[in-house]
Ligand binder design. Sequence first.
Ligand SMILES: [Zn+2]
Length: 287
Amino acid sequence: MYVSAKEMLIKAKAGHYAVPQININNLEWTKAALQTAQELNAPIILGVSEGAGKYMCGFKTVADMTKAIIDGLGITVPVALHLDHGSYEGCYACMDAGFLSVMFDGSHYPIEENIEKTRELVRVTSERGISLEAEVGSIGGEEDGVIGAGEVANPAECKQIADLGVTMLAAGIGNIHGKYPENWAGLSFDALEKIQALTSEMPLVLHGGTGIPEDMIRRSIELGVSKINVNTECQLAFAAATRGYVEAGKDLQGKGFDPRKLLAPGVEAIKATVKEKMTLFGCIGKA
Ligand SMILES: [Zn+2]
């Protein structure tokens, strides 16, 4: 079922579990994520960065492909296709292409400008029944080439953005994108508690889900996180499984070079990663 992320996140927040955002890169990725969600009867959000959208020949290709896969595989669990770290213009492009969920990342603007642009997008998305994620305080690591420094968001600014009527809010709490460095200080639960206290019912989003220890993930869900983004971990799992296949010489045996065979171990590895995350986030059976 192709839907916005609103209802699934309200349910997740009330039920104290989180919905994974699995970033997709191609048909195999999309199929693997959707099949796993269906098998586990779980809601899912498919994340698409602007770079991934370009790679997949534009947002319309992604939206049409996703809808067609949902139809072709008979997927009945709620699926939200979501723009990840969108620019202001990117949000409009995705809405026009058929996305029912977008993230506007205005964290690199001064807070006043972030508020103004987010306010305008709240108006447009609510008219169209589209869910909107906003961001306060940049999240460290690399987002499509933009390097951030692992900030902790200002709780008062989080409240200002939440009060505009966004669907969900991403706030930096020491989390970063990509692999975590050895000397990482961990998540700031103190900041998360303050943000949660001020934003109450607002579903909070944790970016950079790869490599955060499981106990920290569980604690953040207890403190109001309802959506957790998973990207790098699926990429690492896919790459390792594909490497294993080639290093074992399987592409040289029989028709092992057939892309449907060559990519199969990677697809299975993505499925296993999605299943592992859904188990940890507590969303199995919540569709
Ligand atoms: Zn992110």
